[in-house]
Design a protein around this ligand. Structure first.
Ligand code: CA
Length: 181
């Protein structure tokens, strides 16, 4: 009886140790996506009526477009604004200042005559007025891919993330922007 009790305590202790260790190993505090469901605004972009951003949530809803769904699915069609020299801009509000390790955006590549942007510049800010950056991504040679991730390394604390997308034609199709902690 005594031995049974001892082994029960041992098994319980072992369980507690394993649970504690796994908690340390799989802590979700780092490396996660912190932009899911966060609000954002467009500047110097016109969202096309035929490839619209339904409910203004499509850029942070976690869904990416593919070749079979070019229409009003996960892709948002953005037309160059009146100021042709300026990039189109999306500003995401993370809700509070957080560590930002990288920012990525998913663009349509070449299908239906829509090119990926010439480059993407990322800035971060605590007040949406003073910006740190740019953290720049310029694509190399891209062939045979429907969608392409542009990813800029940041490693900075901020509440607001600004993505400047430089046009490589009259339109940009984007389906997701992801901020990684
Ligand atoms: Ca999306």
């Amino acid at each position: 009886m005594k031995n049974k009790f001892k082994s029960l305590i041992l098994v319980t202790l072992l369980g507690v140790i394993i649970l504690t260790l796994s908690g340390c190993l799989f802590k979700p505090s780092e490396g996660g996506i912190i932009s899911s469901g966060r609000p954002y605004e467009y500047f110097n972009f016109t969202v096309r009526n035929d490839y619209t951003d339904t409910n203004n949530v499509e850029l942070t809803d976690g869904k990416t477009g593919d070749y079979s769904d070019p229409g009003d699915g996960p892709w948002v069609g953005l037309w160059k604004g009146e100021e042709k020299e300026m990039p189109g801009t999306v500003v995401i509000d993370l809700g509070k200042a957080q560590q930002i390790s990288s920012v990525s955006a998913y663009f349509l590549n070449g299908s239906w005559g829509i090119n990926v942007p010439a480059k993407m510049e990322v800035y971060v800010s605590n007040d949406a007025k003073t910006w740190d950056g740019p953290y720049t991504y310029e694509p190399g040679s891209i062939t045979g891919k429907v969608g392409v991730w542009y990813s800029a390394s940041v490693n900075k604390v901020g509440q607001y993330v600004r993505c400047d997308m430089f046009f490589n034609g009259a339109n940009i199709w984007v389906s997701e922007i992801t901020v990684i902690q």
